[in-house]
Write a protein that binds this ligand. Sequence first.
Ligand code: KG4
Ligand code: ZN
Length: 335
Amino acid sequence: MALILGIESSCDETAVAVIDGAAPTLERRIVAQRIASQDEAHRPYGGVVPEIAARAHAEVIAPMVGATLADAGLALADMDAIAATAGPGLIGGVMVGLVTGKALAMAAGKPLLAINHLEGHALSPRLADPTLQYPYLLLLVSGGHCQIIEVQGLGAYCRLATTIDDALGEAFDKTAKILGLGYPGGPAVERLAREGDARAVPLPRPLLGTAEPHFSFAGLKSAVMRARDAGTFAAADIAASFQQAAIDCVVDRTRRAVAQCGPVTALVVAGGVAANAAIRAALQGVAAESGLSLVAPPPKLCTDNAAMIGWAGAERFAMGYSDSLDVAARPRWPL
Ligand code: KG4
Ligand code: ZN
């Protein structure tokens, strides 16, 4: 039984989890987890302020490690390894979590696993669904990333597409800001969109139909701003029309990637935007068309959490990997 302590602090959630890598079900794999959101601290600024984030992580991380271990009824000495996010992300926050992980690894004499946050998202569907096998086609949609990746195995990632400007989560967050819905924006846009008419506002679908399955959302965001400035559309109609335009792009791009990739076991969606029910439903359709099943982690495992970092650590630990205690935090770290 491999017990892994996972630590995540790359953006605005401080999270700690204890993962049992050998357990057969999701419920038993996550022995304990805690997430401290910094939403309140950043709300007045309409987005994440890196300096505030780093200080907030530093304040809560050590007590959270203690509390999560206590929840699990386990001690640090019971852990087989410590897995901490080493990037990509806001460097101050990443350093807080990684230094904490190093200190715990050193104190307990356990191996350190320096985890790529994107690998955490990419493998989270395997934490959620123990039957999911490599290779699978992954749509990774978060606040900072928008990619389609053929996940061929642990550490074997072939990127088929990326965004040429904004990430999808960023487009949701900017739309929320334009509509005055506050921060964080994605869930607020999704809620308001339920009350609106998705056909009310004509909005562009950037890159729709192009040969490579890349994404672009900057033009959509500008069009949302123009629609608001026109003063003739209800906010709910703009939100619904924006979400529909985004979904049309995601569906078209994913369809294209499915046609281009090698044989895969499933279509998988992960990252914060994968919490969006309308996007999940649309992707269900794309998967069905191609005779694939859609694997989407429960919404709580889509947004940032430490269970996915602990799980990536468990997969790496099982393969015999570990990292040196002088591994550096990386603000940028492509998969
Ligand atoms: O994965 P995540 O928690 O952090 C990053 O690694 O970026 O993703 C956060 C992003 C934010 O842009 C947030 O607005 C978006 O995911 N998001 C959503 C929803 N929930 C979170 N976007 C659309 N609909 C949602 N329900
Ligand atoms: Zn993330």
